[in-house]
Design a protein around this ligand. Structure first.
Ligand code: TPP
Length: 485
């Protein structure tokens, strides 16, 4: 048209080039006519228009959209099948200022992930869920989905879905609308331009709600999947508008912020509200006692029965007592006793992004196996505490200071092998000075109810501390430049 110039440009919320495959740097992996590409475009445009790209996090699912992280220039997390709402919950709670989106297909959300979506919606999490309902499992070649229509053929319902045998299609918006907590639920369709523009409005609205701290929203997109439906893309769009839409009527199923009862003891309805009291300002709810506490990341490892997990719990409890941010991530071996057990503990003055440690500053190795397995992972300048009088032959960790503390032997001389973990905990406190020993005593007094055992634990604390104090450098086989402990 004269006087008009059509400009095709990609939203800045997409990467300029897609790194997935060298020959596909200008295109996504989606089939022609697939709805995922359209939904991607709508989300990207909305992120840009709302100015939230730099704090957006997309949780991509298992399904055809598993590679969304190759396209969106935002924080990206790809999760196990169906778990996007759970991961999105954690991301949002850890970083309330972020804009978190769970992106899911119908197999992902309404089959394997049914529990996650219902509970996230029921908690009223302040996240957006973008739910692409193409009525079929696309990525795996066309199995029946919970949203497959009655009579619709799939590889697992070659005769067509039968309600008496496979049940009726699940209506996700209607199901979630039975809960009191969601704020916004809308079903839109991608079958023509007019509806795509409506879908864009819905995406933007959901993101705006989250930006305003408004709670849980879900937008369901009726979407074409021409490849699996073995249809021409144009025919498939028509099928969405004429057939899919009959079973899944479009509409807004919820559009108001729920009024939830306020707990008198905790006047903020959500953690996010507690942290962002006004105008996005973050306030500390409790004054913090930081002065004598040190940030630390610790991996504790040994075999089941050595009290590894309890040792980690005690350290985390101590951090909590000192009003630090803490996390404790346990991992159990398959057996109860003698299997491997380890845990990760983080003590921090700032909020903790992830409880998982790939390079701990400190390793507490309660047996030889753990020393060999995890010793090399200790960060440069870190510390290894090993439960023995000497290191096994051939072991080396040149990046860390290594100190042998015969915690089991010390515990044996005290008459109870069980307190080796407490001896080692005391050695850790003394070596790192991360938290005051009094804090350990206070935590033990709170948690150990048996007076005899408490007395033994207190002795174990003293023994571990004394061992380190009097035997400084004993067993330190290496102390590289720049070590921190
Ligand atoms: C735990 C687990 N179970 C099953 C699978 C196989 N699987 C991969 S994608 C998929 C279905 C995806 O369908 P949908 O969520 O509708 O997304 P679409 O591919 O249609 O976009 C399944 C069952 C898997 N990867 N992991």
């Amino acid at each position: 048209m004269e006087g008009y110039q059509v400009i095709h440009e990609k939203s800045p919320a997409f990467y300029t080039r897609y790194e997935r495959k060298a020959e596909m740097q200008n295109q996504t992996h989606y089939c022609p006519g697939c709805g995922h590409g359209v939904v991607h475009k709508l989300i990207a445009e909305a992120l840009t228009e709302l100015g939230v790209q730099d704090r957006a996090v997309l949780v991509s699912p298992v399904g055809c959209s598993v590679f969304a992280y190759y396209y969106f220039d935002v924080g990206n997390v790809q999760v196990a099948h169906g778990r996007a709402p759970a991961a999105a919950t954690a991301l949002k709670r850890a970083n309330p200022e972020s804009i978190v989106m769970a992106y899911q297909g119908d197999g992902d959300l309404a089959a394997i992930g049914t529990a996650e979506i219902i509970h996230a919606a029921n908690r009223g999490e302040n996240i957006c869920v973008f739910f692409v309902n193409n009525s079929i499992y696309g990525m795996t070649g066309g199995q029946m989905a919970p949203t497959t229509l009655v009579g619709q053929r799939s590889t697992t319902s070659p005769w067509g879905r039968r309600s008496h045998n496979e049940g009726l299609p699940i209506h996700v918006c209607e199901l979630l609308a039975a809960l009191e907590t969601p704020t916004y639920l809308e079903r839109v369709s991608l079958h023509d331009m007019k509806n795509i523009m409506k879908a864009k409005k819905a995406v933007k609205k959901a993101l705006q709600i989250q930006k305003d701290g408004g709670g849980f929203s879900l937008v369901e997109f009726l979407s074409p999947c021409p490849t699996i439906m073995k249809m021409d893309p144009v025919v498939c769009r028509k099928w969405v508008g004429e057939t899919l839409m009959k079973t899944f009527p479009l509409g807004v199923f919820r559009d108001h912020k729920p009024e939830l009862p306020v707990d008198a003891k905790f006047p903020h309805k959500t953690i996010a509200e507690a942290l962002e009291v006004a105008d996005g300002q973050t306030v500390d709810l409790v004054p913090r006692r930081h002065h004598h506490c040190r940030d630390l990341t610790v991996k504790m490892a040994g075999f089941g029965g050595q009290g590894i997990l309890l040792m980690g719990q005690l350290l985390a409890e101590m951090g909590l007592r000192e009003q630090m941010e803490v996390s404790w991530l346990p991992s159990y071996g398959p057996e109860m006793r003698s299997g491997s057990a380890h845990c990760h503990v983080i003590l921090s003055h700032d909020r903790i992004g992830s409880p998982l440690l790939s390079q701990p500053e400190v390793l507490v190795a309660m047996n030889e196996l753990s020393l060999h397995k995890f010793g090399p992972t200790v960060a440069s300048g870190g510390l290894i505490l090993y439960n023995s009088t000497k290191l096994p032959e051939g072991f080396s960790a040149p990046q860390a200071r290594v100190v042998c503390v015969p915690a089991s032997e010390i515990a044996d001389t005290m008459g109870s092998a069980k307190v080796a973990n407490v001896v080692m905990l005391a050695a850790l406190l003394e070596e790192t000075e991360c938290l005051p020993t009094e804090s350990a005593i206070a935590v033990l007094e709170e948690t150990v109810k048996n007076p005899k055992l408490l007395e033994l634990d207190k002795q174990a604390i003293a023994a571990g501390r004394d061992y380190v104090d009097t035997q400084i450098e004993v067993g330190a086989v290496s102390q590289p430049d720049g070590y921190s402990y």
